[in-house]
Ligand binder design. Sequence first.
Ligand code: SAM
Ligand code: SF4
Ligand code: SF4
Length: 452
Amino acid sequence: MACKGDGPRVFARGDNLEVFARGDSLKVFARGDNLEVFAQGDNLKVFARGDQFNVFALCQKVRRAARAQSSSMSERVIPLVDQRHPSLPLPTLLAGQDLSALPLDGLRRPLTDLRISVTDRCNFRCSYCMPKEVFDKDYAYLPQSHLLSFEEITRIAKVFVGRGVRKIRLTGGEPLLRKNIEILVAQLAALPTPDGQPLDLTLTTNGSLLARKAQSLKGAGLQRVTVSLDGLDDAIFRQMNDVDFPVADVLAGIEAARAAGLGPIKVNMVVKRGTNEHEILPMARHFQGTGIVLRFIEYMDVGATNGWCMDEVLPSAEVIRRLHAELPLVQLDPSTPGETSERWGYANALGKYDPALGEVGVISSVTQAFCGDCNRARLSTEGRLYLCLFASQGFDLRQLLRDPAQSDNALAQTVDAIWRGRTDQYSVLRSLRGPDTASGPGRRVEMSYIGG
Ligand code: SAM
Ligand code: SF4
Ligand code: SF4
């Protein structure tokens, strides 16, 4: 199978392009100004650099015995260009655009949830998100001047709150790497909402810095956290974060968050078939009855660098089946409209949900599209607004934020006009016609850039 574990991989990126290829029985063809590479061979390694390349790669990972049979060969191409494509044109505003009603998008979905990426950097290299081969020491992260300042983020967040947003999630990259993040948290926590209710302000983190930061985040006004943790087995966890980070330190972070009152805490586990599926039950047992909600996320085809393929997705239905066989479950109603997670409660001996045992969730973005309720917008670290996790282009709000002529009212009109034009429903389309493998400007942005 071509996409398992250490299978062949070819990566290439845009201006000042680099090509890196590794794998058994690999062929690589790359062409560009001042460069032509053709290479072929077993256990091949190719490294090439130059401007404006086209890369074509044909990878075949086949067992030697099977190699003779051309029918068993599989093809895999991972073309990469600079992920930050040109932004989409901003909508033209009509004079006196009406802001009296909150916007609904083209599929009549409201805008209630804003995810803000505060950095495109991370101290982990989870292979499903920031594979080491691409996000290496030469990777061009955003320069400081491109990042939205805390004041810019707070101003645009206030505009979004005025247009219906009630939940803000800080994310990244690893959000706790952003210096003085507590200052931003305090600014956002102080934002007034039209109905006087506090914003639901939360943050998703890999937990590595949480033990140190939980108390100050709570003090700044953060309400709760979601911590990503892909297993309890230290060896598997170190392999998945790919920087040899120990599981004990993340567990200490979760404990610190609980002690600080950053709850209800959620724990996200990305399940990759063949990698950490055996961690499902130990994770469930560990968090059962603790008040912490464990959620299993299907491995998604986000971005264009993780070499995703369906064979590595363990459908949520299978996760629930395996759990239910050992720890009986009953399905629960969604707690809010547009919730990404399907809820399952642990059952008592009578087969009834037992709140003391708690619940788990499954996020089935691959096998069960939930676009119909999707009320989420994403703001990238450099201030581009993306309307879908799988989008390839966003709207440059930073240019408006840095234009002294733009009032908050004009910003609100722009946000409304963008949202009203939204028709995104990638997961639904994926289930109808398969994953999108577009390259170039049509290629999806990375999750570490727009935030999870
Ligand atoms: N660094 C933080 C963290 O890991 O929690 C926040 C950013 S991370 C991009 C947000 C979430 O996206 C994490 O829970 C992570 O597990 C999830 N994620 C990243 N790549 C994914 C993929 N290919 N499929 C499913 N979930 C993914
Ligand atoms: Fe970093 Fe989070 Fe992506 Fe892992 S999932 S590489 S921790 S941003
Ligand atoms: Fe929302 Fe896009 Fe995910 Fe559908 S695929 S649920 S539209 S983010």
